[in-house]
Design a protein around this ligand. Sequence first.
Ligand code: ATP
Length: 352
Amino acid sequence: MAQLSLKHIYKRYPNGFEAVKDFNLEVADKEFIIFVGPSGCGKSTTLRMIAGFNSIEGGDIYFNDTRINDMDPSRRNIGMVFQNYALYPHLTVEQNIAFPLVNHKEGKEEIRRRTLEMARLVQIEDLLKRKPGQLSGGQQQRVAIARALVKRPDILLLDEPLSNLDARLRLEMREEIRRIQTETGVTTVFVTHDQEEAMSITDEIVLMRTGVVQQQCPPQQMYLNPANRFVAGFLGNPPINFFRLDVCGGTVCLAEDYMLRVHGAADGPVLVGIRPEAWRLGQGLRTAAEAVEMRGKDLLVTFSLAGERARAILDITAGVAAGDAVELTLEPRLVYIFDPETGARLDAEVAG
Ligand code: ATP
């Protein structure tokens, strides 16, 4: 097992495109970390640099104390799982799992023992004689994980491993990957573009945008304390709403008869971010519900605020219908103030 360090990593593709800029990361031994961000932000590029499939144009990668920038991928002792599983279609499940050990010229008994051990770990002992074409997507992904783990890698890299599965299987495999990681203790980096997946699977996430790390911390902390406008907008479903407003004498006017007190922000234009769940029925903003959508136990109410469309998630017992007059109040901890130009979070505290 290994500790992984990325120091000032920089990636420029031969066409000159800068895919990753000054990426810094420390992953402790046995830790499970997620890279999340929109398509094209550089998650896979970074993973491929760790694996050795991509060259590194700047910075250093260390496994424990060994700098591995120029180490051949085959010597890095990494297990990798891809979105499309990449199983060998003409080999049985057993042969697929055993493949890295056969390649490594391990003894027959050892291969058999470790293949069975892995099949048991991912719970596919009864499928060993089948070919990949005779398996469901979730079963194929289990085989791919077993094959990645059979050589006891120092680090496990998973690149969008759940993308090809339907919603129910994704949930099941999420829990399975977490269980397998806990049981084996293998240091793991998991890549996804799905913020809900990222928020639910692990204790630590790294959020990227255009090759730059935006924030790294536990998911709940990132949700409650976004570092900038991008982070606030990326996490949350339905997403946060933003309003261009002005701070004036320590207050922000959301409407003629509704204002918030703000400590620590200078007078001038700001961008105010309000999460839909910040709203609840109560004395405050008088408005009208323009649309109401049932979302399981919640109501998603759309209304106008400061010339923009705003959304509130209310409890189903609120009994609000489209066209109704409503009065809403805010939970200030879910309201954020950003610089309207840079999107940086301002060190300002919102009070009710
Ligand atoms: P996705 O979620 O879509 O897989 P990603 O965050 O993993 O996205 P990467 O695959 O790392 O993104 O790509 C990052 C950027 O680098 C993208 O803009 C992509 O077009 C670009 N890129 C990837 N491979 C190359 C290449 N070989 N040459 C030039 N640019 C590339």
